[in-house]
Design a protein around this ligand. Structure first.
Ligand SMILES: Nc1ncnc2c1ncn2[C@@H]1O[C@H](COP(=O)(O)OP(=O)(O)OP(=O)(O)O)[C@@H](O)[C@H]1O
Ligand SMILES: [Mg+2]
Length: 291
């Protein structure tokens, strides 16, 4: 899986190097959590590496987004638009849902293989444009499937109701369909004031941090995540120890299994074994195959 840099400082180590290319990520958060900033940073990072950018804005117009981006310290956004590396689509939820159904395939045909970055901010009004749950799923599923052909997709989702409750249909459906889900938790704590914490809820085909990480939003930098201990966990080197013990117990495991396990171990790291010791793992493998 090819990784691309997210553009969010401190986030890449939490995603094992970055966002998977041609995947779809959903960033969910309440108002003011930093969704638009995230979507803008993601696009900007792509433009910096020579990728094309498509920004689909569902509730702010192009001018507002540009003004906020400049305010955040990204003046060159204007040049990227002028040079046509960055394309803006501003539409209502209803307009965009019609676009998905009627025009998306021909749009994708034009852009196919473009290796672009696409931000959709926020996806929520598109969900609202359709009332039937089955239809919502079809629409979002189709949109993600098609846009992934054009590049790497990032859609933001509004978090309504109780903070941290992600169980409503309008959040659950896109979360299921996306390859990765990032939750921006932003709330007021009566004692310590504004708290911002980022959590990777899921990330298909990649290792990722399971912890909450503090983040802040700074002028000129945007979202900055504190990777904390995720960067360099203390090494136990479990795979090497398991490999050694496998060799020692070779006669007790079928040779085809032994060979497959050796191959599998190449891909594994300490964190995959959680708290298990190499002795426990070997014990379980031997018990499984010994008569
Ligand atoms: N110029 C700035 N300098 C510092 N912080 C800023 C600046 N502009 C915005 N912020 C911070 O970023 C937050 C808003 O970020 P953003 O607009 O990305 O949130 P959002 O999740 O998209 O919100 P909404 O759901 O209302 O659209 C603000 O609450 C503020 O704390
Ligand atoms: Mg926003």
């Amino acid at each position: 899986m090819n990784k691309i840099k997210s553009g969010i400082f401190g986030l890449n180590p939490l995603l094992d190097g970055g966002i998977n290319e041609n995947s779809a990520t959903v960033v969910i958060g309440c108002s003011g959590a930093g969704k638009t900033t995230f979507a803008t940073q993601f696009i900007r990072r792509g433009l910096e590496s020579g990728q094309e950018g498509i920004f689909v804005s569902l509730d702010e117009n192009k001018e507002q987004i540009i003004r906020e981006a400049v305010e955040m310290g990204w003046k060159s956004i204007v040049d990227y638009i002028e040079d046509e590396h960055l394309v803006f689509i501003d539409a209502s939820g209803l307009e965009f849902s019609t676009f998905i159904k009627k025009e998306l395939p021909s749009f994708v045909a034009d852009w196919k293989g473009a290796n672009a970055r696409i931000s959709i901010d926020p996806l929520t009004p598109v969900m609202w444009a359709v009332t039937d749950r089955y239809e919502q799923r079809e629409l979002i599923g189709f949109m993600l499937k098609e846009t992934r052909k054009v590049g790497t997709v990032l859609a933001t989702l509004e978090e309504h109701g109780t903070a941290g409750d992600l169980s409503g249909t309008e959040t659950v459906i896109p979360m299921y369909l996306a390859d990765s889900v990032i939750h921006l938790k932003s709330y007021l704590d009566s004692e310590s004031g504004l708290q911002r914490k980022l959590k990777i809820v899921k990330c298909r085909n990649s290792r990722h941090s399971k912890m909450e990480h503090k983040y802040s939003i700074m002028k000129g930098l945007g979202l900055v995540v504190n990777p904390g201990g995720a960067r360099t966990p203390p090494s136990r080197d479990v795979p090497t120890q398991v490999r050694k013990m496998l060799e020692e117990n070779k006669g007790r495991i079928p040779s085809s299994v032994h060979q497959r396990l050796l191959e599998v171990l190449e891909e594994l790291r300490d964190e995959d074994f959680m708290e298990m010791s190499p002795e426990d793992i070997i014990e379980e493998i031997i018990t499984e195959y010994e008569d």
